[in-house]
Design a protein around this ligand. Structure first.
Ligand code: NI
Length: 164
């Protein structure tokens, strides 16, 4: 495994749609292993393949306490319900925060690293991460979805919730 470089704001790859994964081979497994290691090293909640320079529909989400990261290949949101509004950031936009409204619950359909289809439900932070990472695979980033920008102080103190 290896830690890959995370591309940041200004790299055009972050605005491009990803192609579907067709081959579930050793090269894919290496990429996913590297993405897991890169995500753990960066202490993030999720990472999408374009963030490491690969335009393929792959993301890793690590947003459920006690569970390991979830690997999603060719994911799509099947169902969404409710609403949540909260701060959101991204490893490709360090020290930037936005107030983003997302569904409270989603059901995602995806393939695993061997090509097997599965479905998974996510709530709260997990639902937010699924939406954020799947957006990356379509070339969209959270700055395009935020209702307003937040300062680091607003996020850390929780004061973003006041006066809304
Ligand atoms: Ni992101």
């Amino acid at each position: 495994m290896a830690i890959r470089n995370i591309v940041t704001e200004g790299d055009p790859i972050l605005g491009k749609p990803c192609r579907r994964v067709e081959k579930f081979d050793a090269r894919l497994h290496q990429l996913i292993d590297d993405m897991r290691e890169t995500l753990a090293d960066a202490q993030g909640a999720g990472l999408a393949a374009p963030q490491v320079g690969v335009l393929r529909q792959i993301c890793v989400v690590d947003a459920v306490e006690g569970d390991g990261p979830v690997e999603l290949v060719n994911p799509e949101i099947l169902y969404e319900e409710g609403e949540q509004t909260g701060p959101e950031g991204c490893l490709s936009f360090p020290d930037q925060w936005g107030l983003v409204t997302r569904p409270m619950r989603v059901t995602v359909r995806a393939q695993d690293r061997y090509g097997q289809w599965f479905q998974m439900d996510g709530e709260e932070l997990c639902a937010r991460c699924f939406c954020h990472e799947i957006d990356h695979l379509h070339g969209a980033v959270f700055l395009q979805k935020m209702s307003r920008r937040l300062t680091t102080e607003e996020v850390e103190s929780g004061s973003w919730a006041e006066g809304d």
